[in-house]
Design a binder for this molecule. Structure first.
Ligand code: SF4
Length: 362
């Protein structure tokens, strides 16, 4: 069977195969994904309600904005208050609550905070404003990291620096698979992340936890095929990495992008908002690029914090303990227009997605 990505007849065919084979399961299987775009596809197409009752999909920490700790956001807000400073970041970060105000509110108070599409725009801002410091608040998983690395190796102007909050997915999966209450039976591996680092870095975890894993693209039939492959591994009691996204992802990844990442960054323990410290799950700018490391350059310190706003259950949503709809604030005091927690802000946030598609869960 091939994955014809947009063909509804193929969707029906895969779903039928899933339904037939699910009868061979002796227990409920829980499959986690760690990607906001997978959640988008699942919710938009109502897949949770189309799958048999003994197959459950849960959403993990697949939204980099959601797991950005309050301390790092506080740091960006603190730096944006400096004289002659332009803070540049992605639009998704603007409304995320910090321990005081959001970047959006800081901009309303007169600080120069700009939304950019990528680090290249921030470098351009620095070139056009030589009398100002331009700080790029860099966030994202492996998908966005190479573009920051590229800019730092490409002779950026001296008034350009970076707050590096990049995180890496494999160590987080290690943590999630070790949580006994989740009882995961498989993982949909994030296609964009694997396009950069390949599927190879996930192999030790498939082996260590005997967990089926399938690299998946983002169209509905990509996801359905990947779920089917995970189901098949469960039935056969196998645990290895399969790939339904071969049109993009290779086992070894994109060697050039990987080289850029390792030339510029080094692994560091990192705090994930709502989750806590995950060893070696962050990236730090290497000493040789220190002049462009905003934290070193401006010597600003803020307290590291992981807590969520009062009443918010994002910590439970982020590790799949509850679906967004089970948060008491969901759709009441917390909506995309008035978000209380980070998961209601970003387009990749599970709460925002569930709200947008009015997804109903049991
Ligand atoms: S609905 Fe709002 S408050 Fe509740 S978990 Fe989601 S973002 Fe947090």
């Amino acid at each position: 069977m091939t994955s014809e990505i947009g063909n509804i007849e193929i969707s029906k065919e895969i779903l039928e195969k899933i339904k037939i084979d699910s009868k061979k399961l002796s227990k409920l299987i829980t499959i986690m994904h760690v990607c906001g775009t997978h959640e988008y596809t699942v919710a938009k197409n109502g897949l949770r309600n189309l799958l048999p009752n003994n197959i459950k999909i849960i959403s993990g920490p697949g939204c980099p904005v959601c797991v950005c700790p309050t301390g790092e956001l506080d740091l960006a807000i603190e730096l944006s208050k400096r004289e002659n400073t332009i803070m540049a970041t992605f639009g998704d970060m603007m409304r995320v609550p910090s321990s005081t105000i959001s970047l959006f509110e800081a901009r309303a108070r007169g600080h120069d905070i700009r939304v950019v599409y990528g680090p290249n725009d921030a470098v351009e801002l620095a070139r056009k404003n030589p009398n100002k410091e331009v700080v790029f608040f860099a966030i994202g998983f492996e998908t966005t990291t190479p573009s920051v690395a590229f800019e730092l190796t490409n002779n950026p102007p001296s008034n350009f620096s970076v707050i590096c909050t990049h995180k890496t997915v494999p160590p987080a999966m290690d943590l999630l698979l070790s949580l006994p209450n989740l009882k995961l039976s498989g993982f949909l591996l994030p296609g964009h992340v694997c396009a950069i680092i390949g599927s190879k870095p996930f192999e030790p975890y498939a082996e260590k936890y005997k967990a089926p894993m399938v690299v998946s693209g983002f169209e509905v039939n990509d996801v359905l095929m990947s779920l089917y492959y995970i189901l098949r591994q469960n039935i056969r009691k196998e645990a290895f990495i399969d790939n339904t996204y071969t049109r993009i992802v290779k086992r070894e990844g994109n060697k050039k992008a990987i080289q850029y990442i390792s030339d510029v960054f080094e692994p560091v323990d990192s705090i994930w908002r709502g989750i806590g410290m995950i060893p070696n799950s962050g990236l730090k700018i290497q000493k040789k690029f220190e002049e462009h490391n905003a934290v070193v350059k401006f010597d600003v310190k803020v307290e590291e914090k992981i807590e969520m706003p009062k009443g918010c259950s994002c910590d439970k949503v982020l590790i799949g303990n509850i679906p967004p709809q089970k948060c008491p604030l969901f759709g009441k005091s917390c909506t995309p227009r008035h978000p209380i927690g980070p998961c209601m802000v970003s387009h990749e946030g599970a709460c925002k997605i569930a709200f947008s598609f009015r997804e109903i869960v049991e």
